[in-house]
Design a protein around this ligand. Structure first.
Ligand SMILES: Cc1ncc(COP(=O)(O)O)c(C=O)c1O
Length: 209
C-alpha cells in the first residue's frame, strides 16, 4: 500500500515566501493604488546584461539545428561552463578550485534539500533563528525533527539571532552533528566575521568544547 511520508504532515504552513506573496496579493487587490514596499522574498530588479541575453539567444539557436543541438548534458554541468566558473569566479580571486570541483545544479534551494539525502536521518541539527525556511522544512520532511510544539519543532536546536548578539548566534552549548551557517543571513542580512566563524566547532571534528 502506498503511504504518505508522515513527516510531511508535521509541516506547519505553506512555504513562507508563497504565503507572503498571497498576503501581498490580497492586500494589493483590496487596496488598489496603494504603493507597496516589498520586503519579502529577495529578487533582482535589473534586466539581464547584454552578454547574458546574447549567450541565451545563441544557445537557443544552437538547439534548433541538428549539427549543434545538445541533448542531455553531463550531469555535473557542461565542461565549458564548469571551466569558466572555476576560472572566472574562483581562480581569478585566488581561490584554488578546479573545474572538476564545480557542480552546476538548478539552484541552492533544491541542493539544500537534496544534499540531506546523503546524511544520516538521525543527525542532531542546529539552525539559526530566524533563517531561510528551507533549511528547517527540508529537515522536517526528512524526519530529523519532532512535532511542531509551541512555535518550534521538537528536536531541532534553534540558535537565537537577536539584536543583542548582532544577529550572529552563538554556537550551541550542547553537542550537535550539523550546524547551518547562513551568512549573509536570510532574512536579517547579518554576516559573521572570520573570528566568529572560527569559533564554530562541531562534535564531528572532535573539537567540541
Ligand atoms: C540563504 C539562502 N539559501 C538558498 C537560497 C536559494 O537559492 P537558489 O535561488 O539558488 O535556489 C536562498 C534564496 O533566497 C537563500 O536566501
Amino acid at each position: 500500500m502506498i503511504k504518505i511520508n508522515e513527516d510531511y504532515l508535521k509541516l506547519q504552513s505553506s512555504y513562507l515566501f508563497s504565503d507572503i506573496a498571497k498576503r501581498v496579493k490580497a492586500f494589493a487587490d483590496s487596496n488598489p493604488g496603494r504603493e507597496i514596499i516589498r520586503l519579502g522574498i529577495g529578487d533582482v530588479t535589473r534586466a539581464l546584461p547584454g552578454a547574458c541575453i546574447d549567450a541565451l539567444h545563441k544557445a537557443v539557436d544552437e538547439m534548433s539545428i541538428d549539427s549543434t543541438f545538445r541533448g542531455y548534458g553531463p550531469e555535473q554541468g557542461y565542461e565549458f561552463l564548469r571551466g569558466a566558473i572555476a576560472e572566472n569566479d574562483f581562480q581569478a580571486f585566488g581561490v584554488d578550485i578546479n573545474p572538476d570541483e564545480v557542480f552546476v545544479s538548478d539552484g541552492a534551494k533544491c541542493d539544500t534539500g537534496n544534499i540531506l539525502e546523503i546524511l544520516s536521518p538521525d543527525l542532531k541539527i542546529a539552525v539559526p533563528d530566524p533563517v531561510y525556511p528551507v533549511y528547517v522544512d527540508t529537515n522536517v520532511m526528512a524526519g530529523r525533527t519532532g512535532r511542531w510544539n509551541n512555535g518550534r519543532y521538537e528536536g531541532l536546536i534553534y540558535l537565537e539571532a537577536t539584536e543583542a548578539n548582532g544577529y550572529v548566534p552563538a554556537i550551541p552549548d550542547e553537542p550537535v552533528d550539523l550546524i547551518y551557517l547562513c551568512f549573509p543571513n536570510n532574512p536579517t542580512g547579518a554576516t559573521a566575521t572570520r573570528e566568529q566563524l572560527s569559533t564554530v566547532r562541531c562534535r564531528l571534528c572532535g573539537i567540541y568544547p
